[in-house]
Design a protein. Structure first.
Length: 85
């Protein structure tokens, strides 16, 4: 396996692949899998809308720096900024 194969930045090892294969061969509880939700969780009672936003490279860098500093996502930082208006 190539060294660059990762899941969320963690390298995938041959041992992990073998463990996944063993788990699959043992079988899965289909009912438990069906109980998992689909898609992203809701943010409230009503549906959410996706809004496109154009930013300059400097604005994206500033946004990413703030999100990293505060341990938040880009979306969380933007939503919080809108809440102050």
């Amino acid at each position: 396996m190539a060294e660059r194969e990762t899941i969320k930045g963690t390298p995938v090892t041959e041992e992990q692949i073998a463990a996944w294969a063993d788990e699959a061969e043992a079988g899965y509880d289909v009912e438990a899998l069906k109980k998992r939700g689909r898609g992203r969780p809701g943010r409230g009672a009503g549906p959410s809308q996706v809004v496109a936003l154009r930013l300059t490279a400097d604005e994206v860098a500033d946004l990413d720096a703030r999100a990293e500093r505060e341990g938040k996502s880009r979306s969380e930082v933007i939503r919080e900024a809108l809440a102050f208006t």
